[in-house]
Design a protein around this ligand. Structure first.
Ligand code: MGD
Ligand code: MGD
Ligand code: SF4
Ligand code: MO
Length: 742
């Protein structure tokens, strides 16, 4: 291995470049060791990476400390969930999967088989999984945790622009006059992208920053205007801003006439959104609403940024398209510093979308519903015409209900921890318990999902396999392997390919390396909106590349091969049949489960700067674990007082589905009537603090993304005498399961 390997941070979708070097200097001793005595690889920001320019946040800087701890070492098997696991060979493990798949195909058909993957896959992993499930088995039952994350953004872009694909680039963060951040706590969740924006904002007094979030987050602290709207009122706000823009004449008639359609239907909706009504509904002042509209109207370039406060909603797609309407109305797209820009959650949720990694998609931003798309992919995969099903497969919630109904016979979970991250956990776990055969492919042991698996497969993780990831600005980085997989771990794509070969698809899965997988994948992007047919692992070794990047670009000697900073839609032609962007008119509906006298509070759930999701890594890193000794409930002093709750008192939070007990953090950073709990504490990391014990699975009808951001709860003070037995917080590294026999 070379001294220093360039790669990408495996956490968030900002996609910061990292340089990794071995723990020991030549001839020297390993400098740092983790708490289990393993030497720690050295990580620093890659100054040559265009997206991050050498910057990293605490998660990227500390990631290597978790790499060796509590790894799943070998394939493990048990016949039933109440037995202990025992070690088996890879050969045995793979044969068990193949036998079971063959039996199910014969008796029930391929639609009884499901795979649930992750935005933490590399693109090569995603691609091989699509080929296996959709191409060879003939079921579209592949879904990913992006369903819980980005699917509303995907559906919104598709509706408004005719295709998925964030049109902006990070340079826009430094070129905008007005940044509107909606439902995104970028200061904690996309810190390095946010730093670029914050610096620009500080240096240029004319630049405005608006933050729309029910909580006064670290992001909101930096804003000129914080609109602390009631959860679920974003569409009212956007339509209210549009109402004012129209009234004040802030719209771009030429752009609307020449590049869009649907404007008149849209404007016919706007009279309902008078400033008074909107302000009252959103719980903000009319003056603040007017300021927001004025900032937008007066700016030459408006950039909007959003993430889960928009997407995780029962009207997530409508929220996205309604925000895009404002851009269309003012011609704020396809030019520097302007456009709607979704901040991608996971490091490779973007690559997942490109590879077709949701149950309604195919590689190259194609749809399973489109006969031409299916034919193109079938031909490329060398499978018979008609092999790919025209029906969208099960989204992940329908995998859960399919288990309940006995319709799913094999569930293969990889690189995600659904026993923490899925809505309505009690129901999710009960369904997982009913699964006749669950394969769980992860890097760590245990995670909360381990308990629901029959077969555990040890996955090679970051640094142990080579593959590509695409960040929010469409920049693809080669993440090179810097060491061999630990123990018996294997790369996800290699596991899927081996199962494919053993099922008889020898030619389809005859890949000698992930570079070959990548080469086949990029051929399928040719002439598609996400064209990256000019990329290859070899070219990416010279540095990250941004799509679109065509074969012609690669062959053109004058092409600035490795330039980034490109935007989509600079010619104002969109991917719709008529080339125009669409105004989509949506009335607001609000929350699926609004508060009522029995459940008077809206609970919202989100993230903290130092933790990553279910803590599989960050809970095992001293620095990040110490930043947050325990989970908590944020509650406004006025509400706390009414309930007799003081700061630090234990509170019980109950929804119609479950309850948790956490200490209260009494703070004015949250609006009265709304409370907040972080998502990071699953059953391994604290007793009785799982946020998703409370949430419901109601989802957006277009994107099928569940409303993980809001549910109705009641709050009770826990009498101090009952606290010690019922709610001890275990902020310790979980013991390996004593039932595990290796
Ligand atoms: N530190 C850290 N960073 C991460 C992650 C992590 O686990 N930890 N995960 C990554 C992933 S996968 C994702 S998806 C992103 C998520 O990144 P974000 O979406 O920024 O994070 P969240 O905290 O989930 O939610 C953002 C905000 O939405 C607000 N919100 C709730 N309801 C509403 C509403 O109705 N309207 C509006 N406007 N806002 C609302 C919440 O108050 C919250 O502050 O972060 C990525 N980055
Ligand atoms: N209430 C509520 N619920 C939420 C959210 C919320 O905001 N509120 N957010 C949702 C969102 S946006 C997301 S993205 C999800 C995240 O939820 P999850 O995906 O469940 O969370 P992670 O902890 O990131 O789990 C990733 C797993 O992949 C493993 N892993 C890492 N690298 C590899 C690899 O290369 N191969 C394999 N096979 N495994 C690997 C890790 O060890 C870890 O166990 O949570 C969702 N759930
Ligand atoms: S901002 Fe995101 S990609 Fe960058 S170092 Fe932090 S977690 Fe990693
Ligand atoms: Mo996410």
């Amino acid at each position: 291995m070379t001294e220093c390997t360039k790669t990408l941070c495996p956490y968030c979708g900002v996609g910061c470049g990292l340089e990794v070097s071995p723990p020991a200097r030549p001839g020297g001793k390993a400098t740092h060791r983790d708490s289990q005595g393993n030497p720690i690889w050295q990580v620093r920001g890659d100054r040559t990476h265009p997206s991050s320019q050498g910057m990293v946040c605490v998660k990227g800087a500390t990631v290597s400390e978790s790499l060796d701890k509590d790894r799943l070492k070998y394939p493990m098997w048990r016949d039933s969930l109440n037995q202990p696991f025992r070690r088996i060979s890879w050969d045995d493990a793979l044969n068990r999967i193949v036998d079971r798949i063959q039996t199910i195909r014969r008796h029930r058909g391929p639609d009884a088989i499901c795979m649930y993957g992750s935005g933490q896959f590399q693109t090569e992993d995603y691609y091989v999984a699509q080929k296996l499930m959709k191409g060879c088995l003939g079921t579209n039952n592949f879904d990913a945790n992006s369903r819980l994350c980005m699917s509303s953004a995907v559906a919104g872009y598709l509706q408004s622009f005719g295709s998925d694909g964030p049109p902006c680039c990070y340079d826009d963060l430094e070129l905008t006059d007005c940044a509107v951040l909606v439902g995104t706590n970028a200061a904690e969740c996309h810190p390095i992208a946010f730093n670029r924006l914050r610096k620009h904002h500080k240096r240029n007094p004319h630049v405005k920053m608006i933050v729309v979030d029910p909580r006064r987050t670290a992001t909101a602290e930096a804003a000129d205007l914080h609109l602390a709207i009631r959860p679920g009122t974003d569409i009212d706000l956007f339509n209210g801003i549009a109402h004012l823009l129209l009234r004040w004449g802030y719209f771009d008639t030429a752009f609307i006439d020449e590049c869009t359609n649907g404007f008149s239907k849209y404007t016919s909706l706007l009279p309902h959104y008078s400033p008074d009504r909107v302000a009252q509904h959103c719980g903000i002042g009319v003056g603040d609403l007017e300021t927001a509209a004025r900032y937008w109207g007066e700016a030459k370039r408006v950039l909007s940024l959003w993430s889960m406060g928009m997407n995780q909603s029962s009207e997530g797609t409508a929220k996205v398209s309604t925000l895009i309407n404002l851009h269309l109305m003012t011609g704020m797209v396809g030019k520097p510093g302007a456009g709607p820009f979704s901040l991608t959650g996971q490091p490779n949720a973007m690559g997942g979308r490109e590879a077709g990694g949701l149950s309604h998609l195919l590689p190259g931003y194609r749809s399973v519903k489109n006969p031409q798309h299916r034919a193109e992919v079938e031909q490329a995969w060398g499978v018979p015409r008609g092999q790919i099903s025209p029906q969208p497969g099960r989204d992940v919630w329908r995998m859960i209900t399919g288990l309940e109904q006995g319709e799913v016979e094999l569930l293969w979970i990889a690189a995600t921890n659904p026993a923490v991250s899925m809505p309505d956990l009690q129901r999710t776990k009960a369904a997982l318990r009913q699964s006749p055969f669950t394969v769980y492919q992860d890097a760590y042991y245990p995670t909360e999902t381990t308990e629901y698996a029959h077969l555990l497969l040890p996955a090679a993780q970051w640094g142990e396999k080579t593959g590509t990831m695409t960040n929010s600005e469409r920049v693809v980085t080669l993440c090179s392997k810097f060491r061999d997989p630990l123990w018996d771990a294997r790369a996800d794509w290699a596991i899927f390919a081996e199962v494919g070969r053993r099922l008889g698809f020898v030619e389809q899965f005859n890949f000698a390396s992930s570079a070959e997988v990548h080469a086949e994948f990029v051929r399928l992007t040719r002439d598609r909106p996400c064209d990256m047919s000019g990329m290859s692992h070899d070219r990416l070794r010279h540095g990250p590349m941004q799509w679109p990047y065509t074969q012609a670009d690669a062959e053109n000697p004058d092409a600035k091969a490795y330039t980034t900073g490109k935007r989509l839609y600079t010619d104002w032609r969109f991917h719709t049949p008529d080339g125009r962007a669409h105004f989509v008119a949506y009335p607001s509906k609000g929350l699926a489960e609004p508060p009522d006298p029995n459940y008077p509070f809206v609970l919202t759930i989100g993230r903290l700067y130092g933790h990553w999701h279910t803590q599989t890594r960050t809970g095992r890193i001293e620095k990040t674990a110490k930043m947050y000794p325990n989970p908590f409930l944020e509650i406004h002093p006025r509400d706390a007082e009414k309930l007799g709750i003081a700061d630090g008192d234990w509170a019980e939070v109950r929804s119609r589905r479950g309850s948790i007990r956490v200490p209260a953090s009494v703070t004015k950073n949250i609006a009265p009537g709304t409370v907040f709990v972080p998502m990071h504490w699953g059953a391994l990391w604290a007793d009785n603090a799982e946020a998703n014990a409370l949430t419901h699975p109601e989802a957006c009808p277009s994107s099928l993304q569940p409303e993980l951001k809001a549910c109705a709860v009641q709050i009770l003070k826990v009498p101090p005498s009952t606290v010690s037995e019922s709610a001890a917080i275990a902020q310790v590294i979980p013991e390996a399961n004593p039932a595990m026999h290796v």
